[in-house]
Design a protein. Structure first.
Lengths: 290, 331, 250
């Protein structure tokens, strides 16, 4: 039963799911690396993006991959506004306040979705949803292969932004030394908001990648985000390569765990990894000392 | 009015409610409100006084609920013994989670994350384990006799939960005046400074966590007795973790009456919203989320805390209307 | 001669590749004021953190009251009688001045009434008598420094580590707080102070240790140390001693 072929399939599937985890985690780790806060609203924003992608398809007939071009900037704006006008001013820099504000937003957004759209699960059916790619020894679902490639494309784009643009340099400056950056004339509130926007845009793209194969309901994002937290903690808070590698690792662990232990226990396995990493090595594989 | 006297007055006033009120609907509202107040007072001990924000207090609520339900239904234990056992179990879970988290030196966001994770793990395990009834949950047999910790009259349930809340108010009051409480607050304000003054911060946080867990577990046990049904989503679900922290934050974290005031405010708002728009799911929690952001932004000390600050500032202004410049400069 | 109350024996502390403290040794007798000076970044606060139990040394020993206390945690050392103030003041901002000092007093007095009495007394001693009911976050810098001192004193210490307690104070405020510090020695407390305000170092301390780049480079009376060429160069750079014409004491 445990033939290497079947295990191999589980690993491949895990890698592809893991890639999307990595993208969600990328947004989270970016926000943490610069603002030093754990964005508890990340999951709710993912749910909102899933709904947005769903309705973009339903009402506008947009293919989710095309919708990403629309939703990424839209959610960037949403993230920017949230940080600039709500989270930043409400929290006034206090870490405990930021925990509460992002939690409050999470509850607000998720339940606003519940109130507006009810709890029924929706799915999007696309002509290529079930197409597979034949690699000879394994069949891979086309949407998931696209996700895998897209995630690395986004990661590369993020790297380019960080390394090559002025905004990216400002973001890196603030992440390293906030007071110094401020003294050098950088508008920290703006940089924070840009970072939050980028993180939220990542989430929007992830949602568009997920919609062909995943389900849409108000709680969907939350289920995802706890895994994203695990990825970020494992990979190291604030580390982009950590988020990518961590995402792939967790994806594979979940796939194998679910395969060997059943879905629920597989999930428990992930959370146990989460707890163990937090207790023994909070800075994860690549993060700076907590 | 001095603390203990105020508690007695408030409790007496609330205890007299059954004399005027006979509607089951109102009693149901009050029972649930006091239940949430009790849960919140539990959170208040570690979160409000201790400053350690747990995002997974459902772990203790659910343990209390499940342990008492399981002991009664699977082992035939008496309901009151089950109640005590549930509290003890909740306290034990608090000791484990607190022990692991605090010994590892987890603070702030990391502490919130790890408590969230523990609650989730418990929820998933409870949803698949046979002993908790897996996906179906556990039904406690209806047996409305006092020996079974069930009562014919809602009014009696109300008085019981009121007694539990009163006990929790007393615990908070005693904490505030005690050395342990002073240490706990010092750890909240500045853990390193507290350590330098001889406070064993890890032991203090752990002690507070155990007390906090016990109080919240008691609420869970009561929930089981009142609603007679427990499942993973109810016992260990995020809803209770959120309400546990919402009521003290809105009412006033680190105050004796904060959770009670917060529960009254929050539940009243929730009911009001439901009456206004019909019982659409999500509306009440939406309001709670918005309320949390608004309170943190504009009144971080909560209702009780802000009131106390305003009174204190007014009192100081009355005491010393014009300060000499030299005096003001000295300190 | 009796063993000094505090004896730091060749203590080192490494952070990854950086040797912040390098085989530093110093001693502080009871009832005297000992100063620890040195240029910025020398490792003075790190050494304090090690002595007070916030950091473990990578090598070396700390002897206090005749016992080896190396590696004991901060709260245990506080119970033994080692108290410290912080370079960046750390008040318990949200509670009153009295309640701040109360936390220190509770170390030796379990009963609230006793502890409150001690808090009141100590508060007056450092000059915060009129401000006891104010929230700590409303104090000025000078007030907060006094509060740091009061909190530490309320623990009835035998060894008091003062980390730049005079920094940020104007001359009048320094003039006011110096007698308070002097009075501590009269009570038999050993005081070790990190200080940059040279007038205070010269007038207050009886013995001075100089730390530069993690190493003790000189010790002696204030006059001796100030004239030491190595010390001058540590502060002012190479060749400064020759330019100033300082004499090498060793």
């Amino acid at each position: 039963m445990l033939s290497p072929l079947i295990l191999g399939i589980a690993v491949f599937n895990g890698l592809m799911t893991g890639a999307v985890y990595a993208l969600v985690a990328l947004g989270l780790t970016l926000i943490y690396g610069v603002l030093h806060i754990i964005n508890f609203a990340h999951g709710a924003l993912l749910s909102a993006a899933l709904f947005a992608a769903f309705f973009a398809h339903q009402k506008l007939g947009l293919d989710p991959y095309a919708a990403a071009l629309l939703l990424a900037p839209a959610f960037f704006a949403v993230g920017y506004a949230l940080q600039r006008f709500i989270i930043g001013p409400a929290a006034r820099g206090d870490e405990r306040n930021m925990l509460l504000v992002t939690l409050g937003l999470a509850v607000l957004i998720e339940n606003a979705l519940l109130y507006a759209f009810h709890a029924d699960t929706r799915t999007v059916d696309l002509p290529y949803s079930f197409k597979t790619l034949d690699l000879g020894f394994v069949f891979l679902a086309v949407p998931r292969v696209i996700s895998f490639v897209a995630v690395f494309a986004v990661a590369f784009a993020l790297w380019a932004i960080m390394a090559l643009t002025d905004t990216g340099k400002a973001i890196r400056a603030v992440a390293k030394e906030k007071l110094g950056a401020e003294l050098a004339g950088i508008d920290v509130a703006h940089v924070y908001a840009m970072t939050f926007g980028l993180g939220t845009a990542c989430v929007a793209i992830a949602a568009c990648l997920l919609v062909p194969t995943y389900y849409v309901n108000p709680g969907a994002g939350n289920a995802f985000v706890l895994i994203a937290f695990t990825v970020v903690v494992l990979g190291g808070m604030g580390s982009v390569p950590g988020a990518l590698i961590g995402g792939l690792v967790i994806g594979v662990v979940e796939s194998l765990g679910g395969f060997l232990l059943g879905e629920s226990l597989g999930q428990v396995g992930i959370f146990l990894i989460f707890i163990v990493v937090l207790l023994l090595r909070p800075r994860g594989l690549f993060g700076a000392s907590a | 009015m001095k603390g203990p006297l105020l508690i007695a007055a408030v409790v007496a006033a609330l205890a007299s409610v059954p004399l005027f009120v006979h509607s089951n609907v109102v009693f149901n509202f009050l029972v649930v409100t006091l239940l949430i107040a009790l849960t919140g007072q539990g959170w208040n001990i570690i979160g409000g006084y201790g400053g350690q924000y747990s995002f997974g207090h459902a772990a203790f609520f659910g343990t209390g609920a499940y342990v008492t339900a399981i002991l009664q239904m699977r082992y035939g234990l008496n309901a009151w013994m089950g109640f005590v056992a549930g509290i003890a179990a909740g306290a034990a879970v608090g000791a484990i989670i607190g022990g692991l988290a605090f010994r590892a030196g987890l603070r702030s966001s990391y502490f919130a994350l790890v408590t969230l994770a523990f609650a989730e793990v418990l929820r998933i395990l409870a949803s698949v384990a046979p002993i908790t009834g897996a996906g179906v949950g556990i039904l406690i047999k209806l047996d409305p006799r006092p020996q079974s910790f069930q009562f014919q009259s809602r009014a009696v349930f109300y008085l019981v939960i009121l007694a539990l809340v009163a006990a929790s108010l007393a615990i908070a009051q005693m904490l505030q005046r005690s050395r342990f409480g002073a240490w706990l607050i010092a750890v909240r304000e500045n853990e390193d400074a507290a350590r330098a003054l001889g406070v064993d911060a890890t032991a203090v946080k752990l002690g507070a966590m155990v007390i906090s867990a016990a109080i919240t577990a008691a609420a869970g046990c009561f929930y089981a007795q009142y609603f007679l049904f427990v499942d993973a989503g109810i016992a260990y679900g995020p809803w209770i973790s959120i309400e546990a922290l919402l009521t003290p934050i809105i009412g006033g974290a680190g105050t004796v009456f904060g959770p009670l005031v917060g529960a009254l405010a929050v539940k009243s708002l929730g009911e009001g919203a439901k009456l206004w728009t019909g019982d659409v799911p999500g509306l009440d929690l939406m309001i709670y989320g918005a309320l949390l952001v608004i309170v943190v932004a504009f009144a971080p000390a909560g209702l009780v805390g802000t009131l106390a600050n305003v009174r204190e500032r007014a009192a100081r202004r009355l005491r010393a209307p014009r300060k000499g410049r030299a005096e003001a400069a000295r300190g | 001669m009796a063993e000094p109350l505090l004896s730091v024996e060749r203590v080192s502390r490494r952070f990854g590749g950086l040797l912040a403290v390098d085989a530093a040794s110093l001693s502080a007798p009871a009832g005297r004021i000992t100063a620890l000076i040195g240029p910025n970044g020398a490792g003075k606060t790190t050494l304090f953190a090690i002595i007070s139990g916030f950091l473990k040394p990578s090598a070396g020993h700390i002897r206090y009251g005749g016992e080896d206390v190396t590696g004991e945690p901060a709260h245990r050392l506080a119970r033994r009688g080692i108290a410290r103030t912080f370079q960046i003041v750390q008040p318990f901002g949200g509670i009153s001045v009295r309640d701040n000092i109360l936390v220190g007093a509770y170390l030796r007095h379990a009963a609230r009434a006793d502890a409150l009495g001690v808090a009141e007394t100590v508060g007056r001693e450092v000059g915060l008598g009129d401000l006891l009911d104010r929230p700590a976050h409303t104090l000025t810098v000078a007030g907060r420094k006094r509060l740091e001192l009061a909190r530490a004193l309320a623990t009835a210490p035998q060894l008091l580590l003062l980390d730049e307690v005079l920094a940020g104070l104007n001359p009048a405020e320094i003039r006011d707080i110096v007698p308070v510090i002097r009075a501590l020695c009269a009570r038999g407390i050993a005081v070790v102070m990190i200080e940059h305000v040279m007038q205070a170092v010269m007038s207050l301390s009886e013995h001075v240790f100089v730390l530069a780049e993690g190493r003790i480079i000189a010790e002696g009376s204030p006059a001796q140390v100030v004239a030491d060429a190595g010390v001058v160069e540590a502060y002012l750079g190479r060749g400064a001693a020759a330019r100033i014409g300082a004499t090498h004491v060793h």
